[in-house]
Structures are given as C-alpha cells and as structure tokens.
Design a protein around this ligand. Sequence first.
Ligand SMILES: *Cc1c(COP(=O)(O)O)cnc(C)c1O
Length: 398
Amino acid sequence: MTVPPRFRPATLLVHGGTERTPYGETSEALFLTSGFVYDNAEQAEATFVGTVQHYQYSRFGNPTVVMLEQRLALLENAEACRVTATGMAAVHATLMSHLKRGDRLVASRALFGSCHWIVSTLLPRYGIEGVFVDGGDLEQWRTALSKPTQMVLLETPSNPMLDIIDLAAVSELAHKAGALVAVDNVFATPLLQQPLTLGADIVIYSCTKHIDGQGRVLGGAVLGPRKWIEDTLQPFIRNTGPALSPFNAWMLLKGLETLPLRVNAATASAGAVADFLAAQPGIVRVLYPERSDHPQHRLAMSQMSAGGSLVTFDVAGGKDAAFKVMNALRLVKISNNLGDSKSLATHPATTTHMRIGAEERARLGIGDGVVRLSVGLEDAADLLDDLAGALAGMRDSA
Ligand SMILES: *Cc1c(COP(=O)(O)O)cnc(C)c1O
C-alpha cells in the first residue's frame, strides 16, 4: 500500500490504495481485462501453486478492483476488504460463505427488503434458521442470543424508519453466543459511523449508494478480519462469481475521492430539511437521528458523528396526502434509490416495502403517510422551496 493509515480519511480517500503502472499515470488505471498473460508456462504453474504473486483472472482479482478494496480497507481501518457486483451480492456472500445447515442467524427486523428475503426465505431452504428481533429492544437480542448463534445481521440506522441499534451492546451479546456481527452500514456511510470500532466484526456496503453517490453504477463491499475474508469469504466469491467489473471499481474509486465533500454537504442539507419539515403543519412527525426528538437520539449520536443524508417524515392524511406531496415536488425526483447527488423521494409502503405485507409494515411503523427523502447535493434553499411548495399544494387541496 502506498499510503500508511496515519493519514486522515479525506486524504486516504484520494490517495489510499493507488498502485501506479510504469507509465506513472496520475489517475488510477482502469484494467479492463478479464485475464492476464504469463511470461512462460513455469510462471503460470507457480502462480497457481501460490509461490508467485501474479493476477490470474478478474473473477479472482484485478488491479483496479484491488485498488478499491485497499482504499476502502484503509478508510474503515479494516484488515481486509472484498468488493462485489452489488450490495446484495456482498450480503449474500457474507451469509452463505459463513453459515451451513443447522446454523442460526439472528437479525434485526428492520432490514433492507432483499436482506429480509434472504433471512426469511432463502436461508431456511438450506436448513439455516433465521430469527428476527426488534433491533431497538436489547431484551429481545438477549433472549435470541441466549442460544448458540453463528451470525448476527443488522442495519443501523435502518431503512426507512431510521431506527438505531446499540452496536456495542449487541456485539457483546453476539460474541457471547459465538456469533460474528455483520453490520449493513449503508445509511451511515463509512464516514459517519465505524461499526468495527464499536465491536462489530464485519461491515457491509452497497457501494451503489453514497460511495458512487452519483447514481451511476452498482457495487458492494465486505470488510472484516483478514483470516475470515481470506479463508471464508474469498473462496466463496472466487468460485461463485459475484465479481465487480473493473469499470465499476474505477467509477467507485473516483467516487471515494469526493465522498467526504458529498456526505458532508448532503448531511448539512438533510439537517436543514428535517428542521424545516418538523415546523410544517400537515407533517405528523419527522425522523432524523441528529434531531433531539428522534426517539433514540442519544444512542444515535453516541455512535454516529452526524445524522446522515436521509430524512423520513409522516404526512397527515396517509397515502393520498403522501402521493400529493410527492407528485407536487418539482426538483426532488421520485425514485426508490438513495445516496445520489439528486434528491430522491420514496413512498416505502407502496414500493420498497410493499412485498413485506401490511402486518410487517405496521410492526416496523411504516405507515401509509411515510415518505423517505434521500437528500442530494442541490442548493438546500431550493430543496426547502420545493418542499414548501409541495406541502402548500397538499394543504390547499385537502
Ligand atoms: C441498496 C441497499 C442494499 C442493496 O444494495 P444493492 O447495491 O442495491 O444490491 C442493501 N442494504 C441497504 C441498506 C441498501 O440501502
């Protein structure tokens, strides 16, 4: 690695992990190649035996992809990192490489939809038990983790209600039960929350979100102990093939360079948006971890350095009113994605959380008036104007 980890995050994100070719290029080289050639048959043999270090095939490793893995590992202060084609491939590889028939996984109920499907539907097909708990209730974690358990999967802040889970307390309970703790850290980003320093073992990202941050490519990452990554995760990835394209790795490397600028700007605007919404008639409640009226504000601020770029609010009048507000937005776009430079509004009950059913939505507090806002990089004053206009329209037509 060319940059020792003593540099601060913003510096690591510009220089960390860069390896230059003999041409001395400034920007990271894009190795858009599926395979690699050997000088002779002996070198090929020695590479496969492992006595010579040489790239073999881009499903196993690629220089551009490795630069991204090194940069992410330096940022997170993790021993090792592997990247994947999507965030879901990262979650899937983490669970399926570690768990086997007869094992048990405990997960927070408020999980990203596809993660919920893996735990509730896919794992049981292979004889792996998945147990859900309410993430904010430590007693439920204690009960669920009173039996031997191999893995814990959780998300904090959660999508879309921004529930917070006590990472240190759950990690301690999980370790007593023999489990590795995997944290989906997408909402906080690696800049605002470092689960590994709070006791977690593995951190997972959908790089599709803030790491790309400009709505262009899909990608995923898993970070954790070198031994687990090399002995457990790597053979699974190598042989099942969720490899990240070098092109996408290159986009993500360049995305990382501006991550602090983007996350800080979006977070500042999100705070302003949350405060603005909380003062508006017709809004039942606003959820934003940095606001003192968030139900877990103290816990949130003890493990996050800022509230992040997502704001969730509940519009009085349910689905009709929420749809009216969303349809009246001119600048903010309707999309189920998040972590983009463009501000995006989502109605979880009818889109991202439609499939989990009304009963599970009620348990998670995802009402029909709930709107999730991913705040982007527009001028905050323009976002407030857009929201003000949309809310005024809703009230006039009510
Ligand atoms: C988007 C997302 C994922 C899945 O990532 P993809 O890149 O879409 O596969 C997983 N967890 C969370 C919290 C997400 O926001």
